[in-house]
Design a protein around this ligand. Structure first.
Ligand code: MLT
Length: 258
């Protein structure tokens, strides 16, 4: 598995296929394995770069980060790989990173997919929730975070399916210090609502019909605000649509790869 050193730490990635470049960015507290089923499906049609952000997955522990500095690290990697312009697809926290990337490096984007995510910043209540999660991970470690979040991540969290097992493994793999840093970064991220109407590029907003963390009405607002935004609601999926319904998510991404 290749890695590159960035100003924020290591980024690990898979880089497979040929054609238009698409970069997949995972959510929290996750890694590139959540995108792997979609990456497989797009492998014959595009150059698919699936990353572990610094501190996540197989990337080494990172320096303290902000969502903006994660976007900067991603830009360093994509430049180094000569993968620009790129179609950027961000899942949840990866969507926050993708929007920060669009704000700073919009000229290097060929398309944007916002998946189970939101443009708005955390409100007061969500920030208080982040602080509680930081205390929880400091006190009890990663599995406590998995247990606190798990039921809201999937449409069917209690089924005996590969998505349920894979997600639990991925979440339990995330180091406590990465969880803490990411929670602080998400808590302090900028509101990107006003950015959306300025993004003059092909865009798709993808959301699981049962997403309880970033629900369909949020996605509808984002796609309406984007000048070229299309909305794709994924049936029988929750907040982890790429893991739950990879065929439908790959299909939606293909609209940006033509
Ligand atoms: C994620 O899936 O990345 C998180 O749910 C995002 C968040 O907590 O805001």
């Amino acid at each position: 598995m290749p890695t590159l050193q960035t100003s924020l730490g290591t980024v690990a990635f898979d880089d497979n296929g040929k054609g238009k470049a698409v970069c997949l960015v995972h959510g929290f507290p996750l890694d590139r394995r959540v995108w792997a089923p979609v990456a497989e499906r797009l492998g014959d049609e595009a150059r698919v770069i699936n990353v572990d952000l610094p501190g996540f997955g197989e990337a080494k522990p990172a320096k303290p980060c902000q969502i903006d500095s994660l976007a900067g690290a991603l830009h360093e990697v994509l430049s180094e790989l000569s993968a620009l312009p790129v179609v950027l697809a961000g899942l949840s926290m990866g969507g926050y990173v993708a929007l920060a990337y669009a704000a700073a490096f919009g000229d290097s984007l060929a398309g944007l997919a916002l998946v189970d995510t939101r443009a708005a910043a955390d409100d007061h209540e969500k920030r208080v929730g982040r602080d509680r999660m930081i205390q929880l991970v400091q006190r009890e470690g990663t599995e406590a975070i998995t247990n606190a979040m798990f039921d809201d991540m999937l449409a069917h969290p209690h089924d005996n399916t590969p998505a349920v097992h894979d997600l639990r493994n991925i979440m339990n793999h995330c180091p406590p210090h990465t969880i803490e840093r990411a929670l602080r970064a998400m808590k302090l991220r900028e509101d990107r609502t006003d950015l959306l109407p300025t993004l003059d590029l092909p865009a798709v907003v993808i959301v699981g019909e049962h997403d309880r963390i970033t629900p369909v009405d949020e996605a509808e607002r984002m796609s309406a605000a984007l000048p070229h935004g299309k909305l794709k609601v994924i049936p029988d999926a929750g907040h982890m649509a790429p893991l739950e319904q990879p065929d439908a998510v790959a299909e939606a991404l293909r609209t940006l790869l033509v």
